[in-house]
Design a binder for this molecule. Structure first.
Ligand code: NCD
Ligand code: ZN
Length: 359
């Protein structure tokens, strides 16, 4: 969506502490090898979502997945994958606590069953997780939530707001000290809920939810490559997300939700949800912050608020962003398949120019 406002006093080049991606889908196998390079190019660390088939539900599976990611990194890369464990109705508090204590996983992910891609094994009722949540609250292990209810009678555009009332607010009453990240928020309701919650409740915001609204999905015809979950909402929500991301509040931080699917799985009679934005992530965030006159707050959102929430050190290195055109390819190779990246074929206003000391 074209924005008209630019901060003409902004510098043409911006050096910030290297960012982290607090929510990414790297997949597995041949596709992982190629998509991983795009994330590892821009980000020092990322929380890798566990919705593989089969899902990453135990310490042992998380450890194995982490090792496959490390083995697939480009030579010389120092990218650090941080793992999350996929909660099910049968997750064991001892196994989850072991993953956290051994440093195998930094968080657990709650997918309501059937809410999104590969969530069939997710949680059917949060009450089944009470023993796990009680333990997580005690040991300080964050819960990452895909915040949508799944009942058929709830309109898809209302599922996030209803989740707050029916699941998240009650869970925080039951577990008042539980650290929670409301992932990839899409509504003013979620932004306000997080803003007004205690400091241990935070949210990630994707580049696409800052740039597109639900009308974008139908601009000139149906746009499968802009379909993701939670689905983009109406314009007033997009504007609320932009205010939250650029507010300077430490409760909001970067999570791309980059979610690659092969072109045939998107351009289909029943297309998959997910937007592959890893190749253009920092370019998009820089444009949004510039349009909002808030380039000075990009570093907090991208590189400082997340580590503070997770209790991790700040990254020592810096990256450079330049205000010069980046031409986005129409497709990108991934194993035997091809993926259409976010902003395919477009010319973006900002470019990622690598680590500052190498640029
Ligand atoms: C994600 C995926 O494809 O794994 N899709 C998406 O639309 N965001 C799953 C998710 O995060 O909901
Ligand atoms: Zn996701």
């Amino acid at each position: 969506m074209a924005e008209q406002r630019f901060d003409d006093t902004a510098p043409a080049s911006l050096v910030i502490r290297q960012p982290d991606d607090w929510h990414v889908h790297l997949r597995d196998g041949a596709m992982m090898t190629q998509v991983l390079a795009h994330t590892a190019r821009q980000f020092a660390r990322a929380i890798v979502m566990p919705n593989l088939t089969p899902p990453v539900t135990t310490t042992q599976l998380a450890n194995g997945y982490r090792e496959r990611i490390l083995a697939a990194l480009p030579p010389g890369s120092t990218f650090e994958p941080l793992m999350a464990i996929y909660l099910t109705d049968h997750s064991q508090p001892d196994d989850i606590a072991e993953a956290f204590a051994r440093g195998v996983a930094v968080a657990c992910k709650l997918y309501p069953a059937h809410a999104t891609t590969n969530s069939a094994a997710g949680v059917t009722d949060i009450r089944h997780c009470h023993a796990v949540l009680e333990r997580m609250e005690r040991i300080g292990m964050p819960l990452l939530v895909h915040g949508e209810v799944t009942r058929r009678e709830v309109d898809i555009f209302d599922r996030e707001a209803v989740f707050i009332d029916e699941v998240l607010a009650p869970a925080l009453r039951d577990f008042p000290a539980l650290k929670v990240v409301f992932e990839h928020i899409t509504t003013a309701d979620a932004a306000n809920f997080v803003r007004d919650a205690p400091a241990h409740v935070a949210a990630t915001i994707t580049p696409h939810h800052l740039e597109i609204n639900r009308t974008s999905l139908f601009e000139g015809g149906i746009r499968p490559h802009l379909y993701c979950l939670p689905v983009a909402k109406r314009e007033s929500h997009r504007l609320a997300l932009r205010r939250a991301a650029t507010s300077g509040s430490a409760k909001f931080f970067l999570g791309t939700d980059s979610a690659p699917h092969a072109i045939g799985a998107k351009e289909s009679a029943c297309g998959c949800a997910g937007i592959f934005n890893a190749p253009v992530a920092m370019e998009c965030y820089a444009s949004v912050f510039e349009e909002e006159g808030a380039l000075g707050r990009l570093e907090g959102f991208a590189s400082e608020h997340g580590p503070a929430f997770y209790g991790l050190p700040l990254n020592p290195r810096r990256i450079r962003l330049e205000r010069r055109a980046m031409e986005v390819p129409a497709t990108i190779a991934a194993g035997d398949a091809r993926i259409v990246p976010y902003h395919a074929g477009a010319s973006l206003r900002w470019s990622f120019a690598g680590l500052a000391d190498q640029a």
